[in-house]
Design a protein around this ligand. Structure first.
Ligand SMILES: Nc1ncnc2c1ncn2[C@@H]1O[C@H](COP(=O)(O)OP(=O)(O)OP(=O)(O)O)[C@@H](O)[C@H]1O
Length: 550
């Protein structure tokens, strides 16, 4: 969620001031300006009378001051009109609760936004998320149903329709094996949601399984617009390239592009399609360097011509010494044949070749039998969210430590389920403890979710934890232990999977495998090797910073 504090060199993603009219600018330019204003959420202080009206309507003054536009036309709901049922999720900047709306009886999700000392910047970024959510209205985009606060309140809750699952949780469950029609059904909904976002000038910028919520009717909805931004292809403005969780981040972002477009979300969608078919993440990089290396190994490195023409800032640093050949077809030779052209298109190195969500929806994949099933025909799954997995792990730990003597059945049950859970994020509540800070730093690299547009640095993320054995549809030769980079594969084999990254710092622990691997680094250009180290150090340094905010 977007309590964001931008401390980057890059300009803010939504320039807010309309350009003053130049002499001679006609109606055409004015209408373009109006369109631009419509596209770019205004986050300025509202005029005095509007501020007064908003406060009279029950909004706190601090919110109206900074985010007047975001709350315009809405009335706040009072917290005592909701009954909290359970905590169901924890994001970096929010806690999410299951609650009952006592006016309607409906079950909802309440996302409580954490503000750090009411910093206007963090309130503004949250306002941007609200404005973006209010602009969108589609069955495959999560709906913001209201806001909960009061005049004297220091907190804000976003009210959403309640969603029982997320795609990462379902995909990680070893008991759930998606069929081809089911994969098509989820992908179709994802692309329809993306099409709506893009047609309305919104880039999501953090598409990944845990942000794709699924309800018990099989509907998939894109959620978490904390990193989203507005864009206008006719009036490009520079945007930060440090967006999207690393495993799903497009190559142009890794190369430092600031004028990207819808292609970045389509790349992430391509990673998800291949992940659903392969039953494990296809490019789990731990640093930006490693991520780009994995991309080149699978998708081929760009042509000489591309490198020559490219004006991307990091091109000289990242250019591999030897070109890599594209090997998507070989790697995914067991994928359903009609899926390969779509995977190829979505994972095109050149964003211009990735086409659009609309193009993807009319591709062969969706028009070849077996067709996508109806969402309502999807199975009704047991709870599978990140938080469910976390609670199960905590319960298992408690029982192992002797707390479960009273319930032998409970122990057995928990242990059995425990083995099947996926990775869960580090406990946020313990972040102030040094041991957890250190863990977080390591896990940050492993999970590599960039939230640098939020608080510096990228925070750790629950990501996906698949048992190694669950690999499917994917050529095992594709991802042998990484000679150049990885020292610990970010998944654990069987047993308890409590973390999605290494718990020890393999860079300093003298891991025996590491020595062997580091000698296999010869393919990597020296400048890349240096950067790999530099990057890690930088990330770790930045990571220290986050502890000050929590
Ligand atoms: N509408 C919803 N229904 C049910 N659960 C939800 C809903 N929205 C969010 N959640 C749960 O809460 C978690 C955190 O929500 P969200 O990702 O929006 O917050 P965040 O602070 O932006 O997190 P992140 O650190 O992943 O960016 C999600 O992973 C999800 O499991």
């Amino acid at each position: 969620m977007g309590c964001i504090l931008a401390k980057e060199a890059s300009p803010p993603p939504t320039p807010l001031l309309p350009r003053p009219a130049a002499a001679g600018e006609g109606r055409h330019c004015r209408s373009r300006r109006i369109r631009r204003q419509r596209l770019e959420p205004r986050l300025s202080k509202p005029p005095g009378h509007v501020h007064g009206e908003q406060v009279a309507a029950g909004w706190p003054s601090w919110l109206s001051n900074v985010a007047g536009e975001a709350i315009n036309g809405w009335t706040p709901r009072r917290a005592d009109t909701f009954e909290k049922i359970d905590k169901i999720g924890q994001g970096t900047y929010s806690n999410v609760y299951k609650a009952r709306d006592m006016l309607t009886g409906k079950i909802v999700a309440l996302k409580k936004v954490r503000f750090d000392n009411m910093e206007p910047e963090s309130v503004k970024f949250m306002a941007r998320e609200i404005l973006i959510l209010r602009r969108l209205d589609h069955p495959n985009v999560v709906k913001l149903e209201g806001l909960v606060t009061s005049r004297m309140s220091c907190s804000l809750y976003l009210v959403f329709e309640y969603m029982e699952h997320d795609l990462a949780g379902l995909a990680a469950s070893p008991t759930i094996k998606f069929t081809e029609p089911q994969v098509k059904c989820y992908m179709r909904q994802l692309l329809l949601g993306l099409e709506h976002c893009h047609n309305n000038g919104v880039l999501h910028r953090d598409i990944k399984g845990s942000n794709l919520l699924i309800d018990n009717e099989g509907s998939l909805k894109i959620a978490d617009f904390g990193l989203a931004t507005t864009f206008d292809p006719d009036h490009k403005h520079p945007m930060t390239s440090r967006v999207v969780t690393l495993w799903y981040r497009a190559p142009e972002l890794l190369l430092g592009a600031t004028d990207y477009g819808v292609g970045i979300d389509l790349w992430s969608a391509g990673c998800i399609l291949a992940e659903l078919l392969a039953r494990k993440p296809i490019m789990p990089g731990r640093t930006e360097v490693e991520q780009l290396h994995k991309i080149f190994k699978l998708c081929g490195s760009p042509s000489e011509d591309y490198w020559k023409k490219s004006k991307l800032p990091h091109v000289t640093i990242f250019k591999p010494q030897q070109p890599y050949k594209r090997c998507i077809k070989d790697t995914f030779k067991d994928f359903p044949p009609s899926s390969l052209p779509l995977v190829e298109t979505l994972l095109a190195i050149d964003p211009a070749e990735r086409l659009t969500a609309t193009d993807a929806l009319i591709s062969e994949f969706f028009n070849t039998p077996p067709y996508a099933c109806e969402p309502s025909s999807l199975p009704k799954y047991p709870p599978s969210k990140e938080m469910d997995a976390k609670l199960r792990d905590e319960e298992a730990r408690r029982l192992r430590n002797g707390g479960g003597k009273a319930n032998v059945n409970g122990i057995n049950k928990t242990h059995a389920r425990d083995r099947t859970t996926r990775a869960v994020p580090a406990p946020e509540a313990n972040a102030e403890l040094q041991v957890n800070i250190d863990r977080r730093r390591l896990i940050t690299h492993a999970n590599a979710k960039s939230k640098s547009e939020k608080f510096p640095p990228p925070h750790q993320d629950g990501a996906l934890g698949y048992p190694l054995e669950s690999s499917h549809y994917m050529d095992p030769a594709f991802d042998p232990p990484e000679a150049s980079f990885s020292t610990v594969f970010p998944y654990q084999k069987g047993g308890m999977t409590a973390w999605s990254g290494p718990l020890i710092n393999s860079a300093t622990a003298g891991h025996p495998r590491r020595k062997k691997k580091s000698s296999g680094n010869s393919q990597m250009p020296t400048n890349l090797k240096q950067l790999a180290g530099a990057n890690t150090t930088k990330e770790a340094q930045k990571d220290k910073g986050i502890t000050q905010f929590r």
